[in-house]
Design a protein around this ligand. Sequence first.
Ligand SMILES: [Zn+2]
Ligand SMILES: [Zn+2]
Length: 345
Amino acid sequence: MSTLLQQTSRGFYCPQGDFYVDPHRPVGRAVITHAHTDHARWGSRLYLAARSSEHLLRMRMSPDAEFQFANYGETISIGGVKVSFHPAGHILGSAQVRLEYHGRIEVVTGDYKLGSDATCESWQPLRCHLLVTESTFGLPVYRWPEQNSVFDSINQWWRENQSQDQCSILYGYAVGKSQRIIAGLDPSIGPIFCHGAVEKGNEAYRQTGVALPPTIHTSNTEKSQRWAGAMIIAVPSAHGTPWIKRFGKISTAMASGWMAIRGSRRQRSFDRGFILSDHVDWPSLLESVDACDPETVWVTHGYSAVVARFLREGGRDAISLDRWQRPDTEEEDSRTDKNSEEKSE
Ligand SMILES: [Zn+2]
Ligand SMILES: [Zn+2]
C-alpha cells in the first residue's frame, strides 16, 4: 500500500482525504499541528486543529479564518481518512497528527518534546507504520538538563540581580517558551513584567485554563515605575533595541536549546544563557522513535540527514525530507515576534 502522506512543495498532502498537514502555502483544507507561525500559516480556506490551540490560533490568524477544532483523541473522518490529534508536549495545544486509512497508520509529530511541562499536555507515543519526526536539535551534542534545575538557576540569577539593584531581562519566544518560563518563576522574589507580545500569549494561555503567576504588561505602568529587582520576559527581537533602555541597569539572559552550544554567537550576546527547549533533544528523539516503532521514518525540520543516517545505521528505514523544507535556524519565525511587537507595543 502506498503512503497516506505525500511530500509536495506545499507541504504534506493526503490525497485520500484531500488535505494538507502544516502547509507552507494557502490550501483548501489545512490540518495544523500547532500555533507557531512556521506551522500555522495564513491564507488557507479551512483549518483543523486541536481544541486547546484555539485561543492561540485565533490570536495569530486572520479574524475571518475558518476553524474546526477537535479534542485530543477525538476522530474526525475526512474522505474516509480517520484524523486525530494527540499531545505533542511542545506548547499549549500542540498536537501530533495521526492518520488512519484501511488499517494503515501515519503520524506527523509537528514540533514535540518528551517530559513534563506545566503549560501543556505531555507527549504520548503513537504506534504507526510511518512516523514523520522533526529534528531541530537532532545532534548528539543536544541533551537537555532537568527542567527544575534550569528553573532553579533562573530564579537564582533573578535573586542575584535583585541584590545588585538590577532588572532581569529574560528572552524567550512569545508563545510557548515564555509561558513555560513564567510558570517556572518564583513570584515571591518580585514582580514579573512582560513585553506586549508575551502578555498577549499569556492571555491566550489563561483563557485556555493554564494557571500562570500574575504578570504585568510593561506598558501598563507609571512613568515613575522602578524596575530594579523586577523580572521582565521579552521576545528575543527586543534585545539591543531602544525598548529595553527604559529599564535602567539590566542583566540579560536567553532561554533556548541553542544555549547548549557554549561560546556560540547566539550565546555570547547575552549575560547568561539558560538551556530550555521545547523540542526533543538527541536521546529523547531516539527514544520516541523506538516507542512509536514505525516501519519507516521521515525526518524533517532540522538536522534531518544526520538523524536519518543514524536511524538507518540502527537498522531502521529512514530518509531525510529536508530538500522540501526551508532551513529553519530558529525555534520559530522571529519575524513574527517583531510583527506582534509592533501591534502590541
Ligand atoms: Zn513550534
Ligand atoms: Zn517548528
